[in-house]
Design a protein around this ligand. Structure first.
Ligand SMILES: [Zn+2]
Length: 323
């Protein structure tokens, strides 16, 4: 049967009808809220490239996490900036490091919240690369040992989920082994499984001060033209023990999210990254887009593509809009 028997407009006629037949529904529970914690600031400090987002000192980060949790957002993911950086990122492993302190502070203020920590070296190394350098390039096998130590340190501080974002080979297995050896077998791993080398990360680098001082990350992050390779990366991470896998960025990679959803049975996260966030904010500021509609359309598309979990700087405002 076709027109005039079928008329698709019948179910689009009113707001209530459209709500009734919506195939994709957003909830605050879909979201993880990223929070920047910095030892370099003594009060919340705006990040110019990301209107509305701040670098927080530890105590204020805990208050920001509590605010998100009260809005119905179940989880936060933490990114840290240490006071001192060095060649091997040693501040990442300190028991009283910025993230370790933040996890404890967040958990003591809001014990029920799920705390995810970003596990990588680039925020802690003076050269800004995601691991230790040997002969001018990041040394894979030395780096994954450090990442395992960093993950254990976060988990000991109370992190529920550790999230390696470095894109070294074999790091999920190394982290799983490290956690298990320390009796932390119940802490989960969310791997940045398909992380592309993307220009959409630009604003984040201002926030975390993590731009590489030489070269770029193309030697370890994925090349944007590749989709089959993403599925191999994701399969490898699940095989190594990832409990949740992630595609990053989200908006320009909806096809990857969709393929991953079809292929794998573990929870799938998508990172609605800084550049995606800032584009919306700047377009709204210029008056060329309706901010609320644009934001909700983007995150709905990410969920429709197949993401079970959406990591987004918009999370608190979305939770407020959803009421
Ligand atoms: Zn990194």
């Amino acid at each position: 049967m076709a027109f005039p028997h079928d008329r698709y407009r019948r179910l689009r006629r009113t707001e209530a009808l459209r709500r009734l037949v919506a195939e994709t529904r957003l909830s605050p529970a879909d979201f993880v809220y990223p929070i920047f914690v910095s030892e370099l600031v003594s009060q919340p400090t705006p990040i110019t490239a990301m209107p509305g987002i701040h670098n927080y000192p530890v105590k204020a980060a805990a208050q920001e996490a509590a605010r998100a949790f009260k809005l119905g957002i179940p989880a936060v993911i933490l990114f840290g900036t240490p006071k001192q950086k060095d060649a091997t990122g040693s501040a990442a492993l300190k028991r009283d490091g910025v993230i370790q302190q933040a996890v404890q502070e967040i958990k003591s203020l809001t014990p029920e919240i799920c705390v995810v920590t970003d596990v990588c070296m680039c925020e802690y190394t003076d050269h800004g690369h995601c691991g230790v350098i040997k002969d001018g390039a990041v040394d894979n096998d030395a780096t994954i040992e450090l990442l395992a130590l960093q993950a254990v340190s976060h988990a000991k501080a109370g992190a529920d989920i550790v999230a390696p974002s470095d894109m070294m080979d074999g790091r999920v297995a190394a982290i799983r082994r490290g956690l298990d050896e320390e009796g932390l077998e119940e802490r989960a791993i969310m791997s940045y499984a398909a992380k592309y080398c993307s220009a959409f990360y630009g604003p984040f680098r201002e926030a975390a001060g993590s731009a590489p001082q030489f070269g770029n990350r193309r030697g370890y992050q994925m090349d944007p033209p590749n989709a089959r390779e993403a599925l191999k990366e994701i399969a490898a991470d699940i095989e190594e023990g990832a409990d949740i896998v992630m595609v990053k960025p989200a908006l320009a990679y909806l096809d990857i999210i969709s393929k991953a959803k079809d292929e794998f049975d573990v929870p799938l996260a998508a990172f609605n990254v800084s550049g995606e966030y800032s584009m919306v904010k700047l377009a709204a500021r210029e008056g060329i887009a309706d901010e609320k509609r644009l934001t909700l359309e983007i995150v709905t598309a990410i969920k429709r593509a197949g993401a079970d979990i959406i990591i987004s700087y918009h999370a608190p405002e979305i939770a407020e809009w959803l009421g």
